[in-house]
Design a protein around this ligand. Sequence first.
Ligand code: 13P
Length: 278
Amino acid sequence: MALATLKQVLEMASATLTAVPMFNIDNIEIPDAVVPVAEKYDCPLIFGVGQGAIKAGKLYYLRDVVYRIADQTSLPIVLHLDHGASLEQAVECMDAGFTSVMYDGSHGPFEENIAVSKKVVEYAHARGISVEAELGAIGGVEDGVSSDRKNLVDVEEVKEFISRVEVDALAIGIGNAHGLYKAAPNLDFDRLRQCQALNPPPLVLHGGSGIPKDMIQKAIELGIRKINVATELRNAFMEGLEKSVHKRDIYAMYQAGAIEAAALAETKIRMFKRLDEI
Ligand code: 13P
């Protein structure tokens, strides 16, 4: 099936009051393992190609993998650039056939974020491609421990940003961070409520690894429609590899990794679809 856009799958999520998972991908095996699970739950998927994969030279390989996978399933699949670093990188991905790009200007000055996001949107929307922007930089493991209350989006900036840039999704920092949390995450739900009251485009929660189910489901209830998961999925796959390394059989190892990755994806899909609500 032809790839879907982010806008399309977020509309589905908004209609069902659920969130669509974005799983970061780095190889063939992980997306291959995730699709059958998503099919079981009729869950649209966003596959994110991140900066690590791009630095490793995998942009075009992963593009091809996602196109091939999408051909073999009837599920809506989105090919998305995660944390796009520049207008040029976003354009390269769009020209390569991505159906969604994120431009992350959250680390720079606000006006620059607006100016570049606008250019990305202009290029993208002329081609039917979706755009995600970010406000309130979401940190990494080193600097982003959630209980530090860092990375909190400024609600006034959200108001201004969405009045000036027509993005299809907006990632906001509400105490979430990439990587595994050192202390229990402390999401600022009041801030999320205030953002949602502005009638924004669908909101995105990065750093989905390690956020407990009750917090995830509360965030979805308050308007989060896309949740990114990378670390836990990679770790699950690598655990499978580790457990089976004694076999000295690369396909047996991939299979063991795929089983673990599929199990992790199933947990997240059930959580994001609020199937076993707390
Ligand atoms: P985690 O690695 O914490 O799951 O975060 C993934 C992410 O937000 C990618 O953009």
